[in-house]
Every structure is written in structure tokens, then in C-alpha cells.
Design a protein around this ligand. Structure first.
Ligand code: CTP
Ligand code: MG
Length: 234
């Protein structure tokens, strides 16, 4: 069983409204990207890492990986694309045919745990396609362009999707091939698999598995990491 993790880290972090792309910002004095990579490096369930970075940053990233001698699983650093889906596609191109499972995880979700990686990989082996997420906390409404509420959705069946998402290699490769063919862009990887009619299993992760997106998330991340250091599991 070979499992490859693709880590897309080629975004520019527009919603963070800062100069430096958010994957390079520090949390607890360490780059977010390094927090995330460390978990995968240490996970016994991951054999190889394909990192996807902005093309102009690749020399800097390679240097960083050499300096952190612990990062021995990073086999490829690929150039990212315009949208996240383009970046993941470039990462997939580096995944070799002997890989059984491909797990995809956002670089900017540093609170990923070894346990969640294990669970995601196990479920992907079983079902072929899995996404992690959590039930929504707020009531979600559909609103028209004029700002009027169209309907209130049933919260009982709504989940916010996170990463990791993991798939049998053939399933995700076929999903990306078809999305390319149809010029379809989704907001996560599972949606490309769903549109083929393939069932994707949702599994519960943690509300602490946040994506660092806006400045408030950085404050939350500093808080969560202190809690983690005190030994409270997230
Ligand atoms: N990502 C990527 N390539 C892109 C866009 C995003 O590899 N063209 C990566 C980001 O680096 C991040 C993950 O996908 O690790 C999730 O994306 P998101 O949170 O949207 O990050 P950004 O696109 O950087 O942020 P924003 O949408 O605010 O510009
Ligand atoms: Mg984005």
C-alpha cells in the first residue's frame, strides 16, 4: 500500500489581505507550511509528499526542505496553477502509478493530526473516496442576488467540508481527467468525484481543523496551538 499526499501551497492568500502569502506566515514562530508538512513527514501512513508551490518560490522551498533535514518524504515540488484545482492537477501529474491512495490536504490547515490522516487513508481504502468535515454550526440560508432569503436549508444534513480528502489513485485521476475535458471547476476535490456519480464518504474530523483564511483565523491558530502544547487534543 503506497499513499501519496499532495499538499497544495500555491495560493496567494487574497482574503488574508497581507503582503506575504499565508502559507509562509508564522504561527507560534514557525511557518504554517512547515507545521503542516511536519505532520505528514511524521505520519506512518504517508509514504511520499508532493508539494505544490508558486513557481517563483520553488528555489526557496527546495532550500527550506534541504535545511529541514527531517523533510525526507517530499519527493516533488511542483509549480502551482491559477486556481487550486490547477495546482492539484499539477501535483497529480507527479504521482507515480504504483501509488494506491492519493490524499490531498491544504497547506494552510496546520491542525491536521496523525489520527485524522490514518482514518482518512483507511476509509479511502475501504470506500475509494472520502472527504472529512463537520456538521455546520450556523443555520444556512440561500439568498438571492438582491439579498433576499430564498430558503432556509435543513441544518441536520449540512456539513462543512475540510481536507484531507483521499481517493484511490484511479478514481481521482479519472475525476480530474473528466473535469479537464468539461472545463469544470469545483471548490474541492471530492466534488469532481461526485460529478462522476461516484459515492464519496464523509467522515467527522474536528472543529479545530481550521483553514487559515482571514486574519481572525491567525489569532485562532495561535490559540489552538497553545492549547495543543498544553496537551489538550483538538
Ligand atoms: N492553493 C493552491 N493554488 C492556488 C490556490 C490555492 O495551491 N492557485 C492552495 C492554497 O495555498 C491553500 C489551499 O489551496 O493551501 C486552500 O486555498 P485557499 O484557502 O483559498 O488559499 P488562497 O487561494 O491562497 O487564499 P485566497 O483564496 O484568500 O486568495
Ligand atoms: Mg483560494
Amino acid at each position: 500500500m503506497t499513499t501519496v499526499a499532495i499538499i497544495p501551497a500555491a495560493g496567494s492568500g487574497k482574503r488574508m489581505q497581507g503582503g506575504l502569502s499565508k502559507q509562509y506566515l508564522p504561527v507560534d514562530g514557525k511557518m504554517i507550511l512547515l507545521h503542516t508538512l511536519s505532520v505528514f513527514e511524521l505520519s506512518p501512513d504517508i509514504d511520499e509528499i508532493v508539494l505544490v508551490a508558486p513557481e517563483e518560490d520553488i528555489p526557496m522551498i527546495r532550500q527550506m526542505i534541504v535545511e529541514h533535514r527531517g523533510m525526507s518524504k517530499v519527493r516533488h515540488v511542483m509549480a502551482g496553477g491559477k486556481q487550486r484545482q490547477d495546482s492539484v492537477r499539477n501535483g497529480l501529474a507527479a504521482v507515480e502509478n504504483q501509488a494506491d491512495i492519493v490524499l490531498i490536504h491544504d497547506a494552510v490547515r496546520p491542525f491536521i493530526s496523525e489520527n485524522l490522516i490514518r482514518l482518512t487513508v483507511q476509509e479511502a481504502e475501504k470506500h475509494g473516496a472520502v472527504a472529512v468535515g463537520m456538521p455546520v454550526k450556523d443555520t444556512i440560508k440561500r439568498v438571492d442576488p438582491g439579498g433576499w432569503i430564498v430558503e432556509t436549508l435543513n441544518r441536520q444534513v449540512l456539513w462543512m467540508t475540510q481536507t484531507p480528502q483521499a481517493f484511490k489513485r484511479s478514481v481521482i485521476q479519472e475525476a480530474y481527467r473528466r473535469a479537464d475535458e468539461d472545463q469544470f471547476y469545483g471548490t474541492d476535490d471530492a466534488s469532481l468525484v461526485e460529478r462522476m456519480g461516484f459515492r464519496v464518504k464523509m467522515i467527522a474530523a474536528s472543529y479545530a481543523n481550521i483553514k487559515i483564511t482571514t486574519p481572525e483565523d491567525l489569532l485562532m491558530a495561535e490559540f489552538l496551538i497553545k492549547r495543543q502544547k498544553r496537551g489538550n487534543v483538538s
